[in-house]
Design a protein. Structure first.
Length: 185
C-alpha cells in the first residue's frame, strides 16, 4: 500500500500544474522570481538564462513542462555551478541545488559507450529521491532506440517514473565528464 501511495504521488507530481516539488512541500518563492521569471531572459525551449550554458534541455512529451541542466559559463570542477530545473518558464517546480556553490559534488556523471550503444546519465538525489537525466542510444535494437529525458525514483521504492523528451533537444552532457565525479555503478 505504501508503494502504491508513492507511485500515485509521483503521477500527481507529473499531472498537477503547480509549484509542488518532490521532497519539498514548501514553495521556493525566491527561486521562482529570480530564475525563469521573464521568458525574454531564457534560452529557447529551456529554463536556462541566456548568460548560462544550456547543458541539457527539452520539452517533455504530453506536457508543456521543461527539464533543464543549466551551468555557469565558467563551469569547471572547482568553479561555477550546475543546476537542475524542472517546470515552466516563470513557474519552476524544482531547482536543485538552490545554492550555487560546490554544486559539482552533488551530481554524478556516467557514460557507457560501445559500438551501436551510447548512454550518458547525470544523477543526483533530492531528499532521498533519485533523479537521472539521460541521453540513451541503442542501435542494436530494431528499430533503433534514441531516448532522452529524466527518471525519478522515489525514496525507498523500486518503482520509477520516466519522463521522455519530445521535439527539439539541447544536449551537451559530455562537457560534464571532466567536471563531475564519476558514477561507478
Amino acid at each position: 500500500m505504501k508503494l502504491l501511495t508513492i507511485v500515485l504521488l509521483l503521477v500527481l507530481f507529473i499531472l498537477v500544474d503547480g509549484n509542488r516539488r518532490i521532497g519539498h512541500p514548501a514553495n521556493n518563492a525566491q527561486t521562482q522570481t529570480t530564475v525563469g521569471s521573464d521568458r525574454k531572459d531564457l534560452q529557447s525551449n529551456s529554463l536556462c538564462a541566456k548568460d548560462e550554458q544550456n547543458v541539457f534541455s527539452c520539452v517533455l512529451k504530453r506536457s508543456p513542462k521543461i527539464v533543464s541542466l543549466c551551468a555557469a559559463q565558467t563551469l569547471g570542477s572547482d568553479r561555477g555551478y550546475l543546476q537542475y530545473r524542472f517546470g515552466l518558464p516563470g513557474k519552476l517546480e524544482l531547482e536543485y541545488p538552490k545554492l550555487r556553490e560546490g554544486t559539482q559534488q552533488l551530481f554524478r556523471y556516467m557514460h557507457y559507450f560501445r559500438a551501436q550503444v551510447d548512454m550518458t546519465e547525470i544523477t543526483f538525489n533530492v531528499d532521498g529521491n533519485e533523479y537521472s537525466v539521460f541521453d540513451d542510444y541503442n542501435g542494436e535494437e530494431i528499430p533503433k532506440i534514441s531516448q532522452h529525458g529524466v527518471t525519478v525514483k522515489a525514496r525507498g521504492s523500486s518503482k520509477q517514473v520516466t519522463l521522455l523528451c519530445s521535439g527539439k533537444k539541447e544536449m551537451n552532457l559530455s562537457i560534464l565528464q571532466s567536471v563531475l565525479p564519476e558514477d561507478n555503478r
